[in-house]
Ligand binder design. Structure first.
Ligand SMILES: Cc1cc2nc3c(=O)[nH]c(=O)nc-3n(C[C@H](O)[C@H](O)[C@H](O)COP(=O)(O)OP(=O)(O)OC[C@H]3O[C@@H](n4cnc5c(N)ncnc54)[C@H](O)[C@@H]3O)c2cc1C
Length: 368
């Protein structure tokens, strides 16, 4: 998303600077946000592809090297090391994304069979694994986990969601919002086990045998982990770039090496990773401008995350990491939660149910 977003933004500025994109996957363009709804509609992975690498290369006049893993960066010589070859660069942009978190604490003989669905390739693999089967376990009541569970249920599967915390969406939304999400999912047919993390996954005769922390047993055909992701920084770290949680960049998206930039989920600006589509879009425009020798400056703006939990629309403008309090209020059709900081300023909000008309008004209030 970030790599192609940058390339599009560069070409829109009219620059003909030669660009090479190197990716370890097949280079197909797709939207991450299409994956969860795609599961509900049982769509084939090929239908979610917006363009192949060859089409992208033609449209955006770039060289795209697919199935090529970058193994190392030599910042002194400005060279990239691939398997069996090297590529020289004048300027390098890292857009390596994030790595799905794995439950390293999990024990049992089948922990290596846990799936994640964070790319088109993984989506396709999940479809293969679930073909002709019914029972899915989702590990993690994150927003992505809740959305995934609702969509898998909509596809007619039997879904159990395991969350070790006492509520869903822990750390993201307050209690009433979490309960609202839980009710929507339960009404949609998802079985939810809060305060029920998994402790073991073992291979049974013809299913995976799950053991929860409370000692309950459950059989599943497939288990998917939805525990969020962490920025992929190993290349940058080995090259000696400054890393905090992600690759540290300044407002021009430059890393601690002036010839290397970072964008997307691998990049961290002012303590936050650039992982939401609208933020990635803004960063792409800024970096296209900077690479073209023009001024450009990244600045955080309030951004909306949209999700659908078993048919229930959810809009979240996540507050920054500041002290403050949530205030929740039931509305005729749903629930509104507003986060105010200590000075009483609105810094974030969540709208659950059909309250989306309020989002523009709340965003305007936050801008002032
Ligand atoms: C908190 C959160 C909320 C989100 N909410 C939404 C949402 O509301 N809507 C939505 O659409 N999305 C959402 N997302 C997903 C978001 O869109 C992703 O963060 C985004 O897709 C990341 O794009 P990216 O280009 O940075 O990484 P990716 O799309 O993962 O691309 C990384 C690329 O780098 C390649 N790569 C990595 N390492 C190497 C290597 N060594 N050599 C060669 N290639 C390599 C990979 O093959 C891949 O092609 C959310 C994510 C987070 C974390």
């Amino acid at each position: 998303m970030a790599g192609y977003g940058l390339l599009r933004a560069m070409r829109r500025t009219g620059t003909t600077t030669p660009v090479t994109i190197i990716t370890r996957d097949d280079g197909a363009a797709y939207l991450r946000s299409d994956l969860a709804p795609g599961l509900a509609g049982r769509r084939d992975a090929r239908d979610l592809r917006l363009a192949t690498a060859a089409q992208m290369a033609y449209r955006l006049e770039a060289e795209i090297l697919t199935q090529q893993l970058v193994l190392g960066i030599d910042p002194e010589l400005k060279r990239l090391r691939l398997n069996g070859s090297e590529i020289a660069y004048d300027r390098l942009v890292l857009a390596t994304g994030g790595e799905p978190r794995r439950p390293v604490w999990l024990k049992g003989s089948a922990t290596d069979q846990l799936l994640t669905i964070s790319s088109l390739a993984e989506y396709s693999y999940f479809n293969t694994m679930i073909a002709g089967r019914q029972r899915v376990g989702v590990l993690g009541g994150t927003l992505a986990g809740c959305e995934l569970a609702g969509n898998l249920r909509a596809a007619g599967l039997q879904v159990t969601l395991f969350e070790p915390a006492s509520q869903l969406l822990q750390g993201l939304l307050p209690t009433l919002c979490a309960q609202f999400a839980e009710r929507a999912l339960v009404a949609g047919g998802v079985r939810i086990l809060c305060e029920e993390g998994l402790q073991r996954v073992d291979q049974g005769v013809d299913a995976l045998e799950l053991l929860t922390l409370a000692g309950a047993r459950c059989l599943c055909d497939v288990v998917v982990a939805a525990l969020g992701s962490t920025p992929r920084t190993e290349l940058a770290r080995a090259a000696g770039l400054e890393i905090a949680h992600g690759i540290r960049v300044d407002e021009r998206l430059a890393s601690s090496d002036s010839a290397i930039f970072a964008i997307g989920e691998c990049a961290e600006f002012e303590g936050r990773t650039i992982d939401l589509p609208e933020d990635i879009d803004q960063a792409a425009k800024v970096l296209a401008s900077v690479l073209g020798g023009q001024p450009g400056r990244m600045a955080w703006r309030p951004t909306l995350r949209r999700a659908r939990l078993a048919g229930c629309p959810v809009l979240i403008c996540e507050p920054p990491n500041v002290a403050g309090e949530w205030h929740e209020r039931a509305t005729r059709l749903g629930l509104t939660a507003q986060f105010h900081d200590r000075a009483g300023d609105l810094r974030g909000f969540a709208l659950m149910g059909s309250t989306s008309g309020d989002s523009e008004r709340l965003l305007r209030r936050m801008a002032h």
